[in-house]
Write a protein that binds this ligand. Structure first.
Ligand SMILES: [Zn+2]
Length: 282
């Protein structure tokens, strides 16, 4: 699943290339992937591309927006002759001729370029929404992990009555947005906090430490263009991330902890694979 650094990376690439493009038509190859009236898009010039949590917002005139959630397997790939930019879930579709069997939507721009929305498992979506609808959607999300509004005081308040494992609590979008499974595991390892600890049991000092390292792992993810770890990664210049090369615990079962040399073990918390060091995370 694309995490925040991957989504931010896609957003940055599209922000450089989409503004100014005028939508001539859209081909909806799978109905569930698109919400809205297709004709409302015709002739619209893209103004900007931004992000909140893992949602990519393509700004259009007249207070309209194309809101996108890549979910598990979504990709956005822009193609114009020799230029190919985008990203999301890493598969061979990054490099193959498009459309592929996973292409759900094709946006045709007046200059002949195209934007493909590919989504193998069809959980992702692109929806045409007014500014008001976007604002309503955003109320489901707390501050982004890399926003200044997110402080240890804020987390202490949010966690004060929660007994769920800290690993699950820091992944709750309504508390803070953008810390997915890989980065949550790594942040807890760096803070040397057990993922099983009840959220409310963390001291203020531990929350300060956890927040600081969580911001750090997200920042490192951004600097590396995110991660393409899923066992079948495809390397394309400018599209693939390399955070997997520096992962602390995620995907490193039975290997040595980079903090203390202890053994990394795997467990399940809230149905998600959780990697941690059994020696130093307490
Ligand atoms: Zn350790």
């Amino acid at each position: 699943m694309p995490e925040l650094p991957e989504v931010e990376t896609v957003k940055r690439r599209l922000k450089e290339i989409l503004p100014g493009k005028i939508i001539q038509s859209i081909e909806v190859l799978h109905k569930r992937s698109f919400g809205g009236k297709e004709k409302d898009l015709f002739g619209q010039e893209i103004q900007d591309v931004s992000r909140k949590a893992k949602l990519i917002r393509i700004h259009l005139p007249s207070k309209l927006n194309l809101l996108t959630h890549l979910k598990m397997t979504g990709q956005l790939i822009f193609i114009n002759d020799d230029i190919r930019v985008g990203g999301g879930h890493p598969t061979a579709d990054w490099v193959k001729d498009l459309p592929s069997s996973h292409t759900r939507l094709i946006y045709n721009f007046t200059d002949g370029s195209k934007l493909y929305f590919n989504d193998q498992r069809i959980f992702g979506w692109m929806r045409l929404m007014s500014d008001e609808q976007v604002a309503a959607e955003f109320t489901k999300y707390g501050p982004d992990i890399n926003e200044d509004a997110l402080t240890a005081e804020y987390l202490q308040k949010k966690f004060s009555n929660r007994r769920i494992p800290i690993k699950q609590a820091i992944m709750m979008n309504q508390i803070m947005a953008g810390l997915g499974n890989i980065y949550a595991c790594d942040a807890l390892n760096m803070a040397q906090i057990s993922p099983f600890r009840p959220a409310q049991s963390l001291s203020f000092e531990e929350l300060i430490k956890l927040l600081s390292v969580a911001k750090q792992v997200i920042q490192e993810g951004l600097e590396h263009g995110g991660t393409t770890y899923d066992g079948k990664y495809v390397h394309v210049d400018g599209m693939s991330g390399s955070y997997q090369d520096i992962m602390r615990v995620y995907g490193r079962e039975n290997e040595k902890c980079r903090q203390c040399g202890g053994k990394i073990v795997k467990a399940k918390i809230g149905g998600r694979g959780t990697f941690y060091c059994e020696s130093c995370q307490r």
